[in-house]
Design a protein. Sequence first.
Length: 373
Amino acid sequence: MKLPRVRELLGRPEALTRPAPPADLQGRARPDRAMTIVEAVTDKYLRVLTAYDYDPTVAGHNPDAAMTLVATERTIVAENENVAALTFAAVDGGDLPAWQPGCHLDFHLPSGRRRQYSLCGDPADRRHYRIAVRAIPDGGGGSIEMHGLAPGTTVTVRGPRNGFPFVAAGSALFVAGGIGITPIIAMVRAARRAGMDWQFVYSGRSRESMPFLDEIATWDPARVFVRPDDEFGLPSADDLLGRAPVGGAVYCCGPTPMLDAVRGGFAATGACALHFERFGPPPVLGGSPFEVQLVSTGEVLEVPADESALEVIKERLPGVGYSCRQGFCGTCKVRVLAGTPDHRETRLTPQERVDHMLVCVSRADGGRLILDL
């Protein structure tokens, strides 16, 4: 699953009286003030560490370190949607860095594109990473390139990173839409192994378009609801959240309409935390129109209030670098030569923000930005 990533947590007052569920499947707990300070100091410390050569003999794997992996297997797992499961291994056949449900990998493709895909294999298998990719013919080209990685092909990868963590405790409802199954299936496996009280709702266009149904068919049918649109119609919030556990968590990954329905209906459930991950760009909220000038061409482009600078720029410069479109991967970082950005990400350091911005989410408060593009 391509990983574009905006996470939110919707909490309820009663959650204050019980341990907060982990921020997984679209959600992040309200930060404790003291912990916010600790996290800020820790983040600054880690940035200093990763600015230097990393020595894996001193500490664990650095997700910013590049790995060369080789594709070992390619299997079509949903014919109608052309979803391919791809398996990768270390070139020397050795162990790979550990990962947990919710983790993703950053693929640096031969074309220069960077794409993120969720791991959907078995964390106990230290020799292989498995992902699933749906080919999108009219997309940005990354999924088509991934489908072309035949066994024996090597690729540069960074990670694993976990922007969608899962803790196997308490009770939970897992909701997946289409290719959003990729992070969810690893979570449900972990919940089953841990003996959690879990429920699972899986939506898609048709059964033929939904990956991993063979495995899901072996799970407890009392806990599983597979609802293809062509059989049940488009799902409502009640359809998706009817199994939400009182006092538990809801984890959701899928297309924007599904996320909107789940977010809109969550307050009516008895669950205390919502965790979700989107695989498309988030809507622009509270935006104002502004201009960007491209130094390479001198063109001045108008960015509407409801569009990102990236969307406008790539209409003129189709080769501009981008990946997640959510402000976390850093691929679309550009130098700002004039103007003041409205930074809407947490990726850049204060020093980087002085003269750089991520054009996928950051904006300007009116006026014009001159960009080194």
